[in-house]
Design a protein around this ligand. Structure first.
Ligand SMILES: Nc1ncnc2c1ncn2[C@@H]1O[C@H](COP(=O)(O)OP(=O)(O)OP(=O)(O)O)[C@@H](O)[C@H]1O
Length: 243
């Protein structure tokens, strides 16, 4: 089967000198194309460490990470960056927007990470405006983050995550700073992106948010402790998860 991403017996150790922290102790997960996974688990269970590895922001100590069919654990940093920029979009709890930049300028940031990317073309500008419109910010293009609500800032972050048209979206507590009405709006956008075929992997502490995903993976002490399919979404869940 062709997966959007796979982690195979991944371990991640942090060597602190006097002690080695084993943040991940042998994690294997398949993410079929079009999956929507919520990763849950108590504080310190390894969720962020796993998300960093999935985002190719860090490398495993042992094990393999395969993204778009390509094993990447041992490739060069440049190749890893290129794959990250092409294949993955990131959404963070704290939005991570650049305060001095407008909505349009924030959305275009990942375009500049493309190797040898010279300037923003008219086609790019149109694409950015379409993305801003898709997330409901067509009338806010020249606003800066401080002029936007938290939900609007997260919409900018979602548009930014989409600008390179990635297959996989990684979201770290995407609604963690939002009230419940705004949380529902952001989740609606993520569900729409998933319905269009994008694979979404989301860390969350909130069961109400996690239940919107097709399946939930529970981490404990650096291992996958369990997996569930939320009742009512069995038909949409990947076959492996429904077993
Ligand atoms: N850079 C690092 N150096 C040393 N230890 C680390 C590092 N990053 C994470 N850890 C440790 O690895 C373990 C897993 O951390 P991680 O941040 O992945 O947990 P988490 O499940 O995301 O927790 P939370 O829900 O609190 O964000 C913890 O014991 C943490 O202290």
């Amino acid at each position: 089967m062709d997966f959007a991403a796979q982690v195979i017996d991944i371990q991640k150790h942090f060597d602190l000198g006097s002690v080695v922290v084993k943040a991940l102790r042998g994690v294997s997960i398949d993410f079929p194309h079009g999956d929507f996974v919520a990763i849950m688990g108590s504080s310190g269970s390894g969720k962020s460490t796993l998300l960093n590895l999935l985002g190719a922001l860090d490398r495993p100590t042992h094990g393999e990470y395969v993204i778009g069919g390509r094993p990447v654990s041992s490739i060069s940093d440049d190749d890893l960056s290129a794959i990250r920029n092409e294949m993955i979009g990131f959404i963070f709890q704290s939005y991570n927007l650049i305060p001095q930049y407008t909505v349009v300028e924030n959305i275009e940031v990942p375009l500049h990470y493309r190797t040898g990317y010279p300037t923003i073309s008219a086609k790019d500008t149109k694409h950015i405006e379409e993305l801003a419109s898709m997330v409901g910010l067509a009338d806010r293009l020249d606003h800066r983050p401080f002029q936007l609500s938290g939900g609007q800032q997260q919409r900018v972050a979602i548009a930014r995550a989409l600008v390179n048209d990635p297959q996989i979206i990684l979201a770290d507590e995407p609604t963690g700073n939002l009230d419940s009405a705004t949380e529902a709006e952001i989740m609606d956008i993520l569900l729409k992106l998933n319905a269009e075929g994008r694979t979404i992997i989301m860390v969350t502490h909130e069961p109400e948010v996690a239940k919107l995903a097709k399946r939930q993976i529970y981490m404990k002490d650096g291992l996958v402790a369990g997996e569930g399919v939320f009742p009512g979404r069995e038909a949409e869940a990947p076959v492996e998860a429904a077993k």
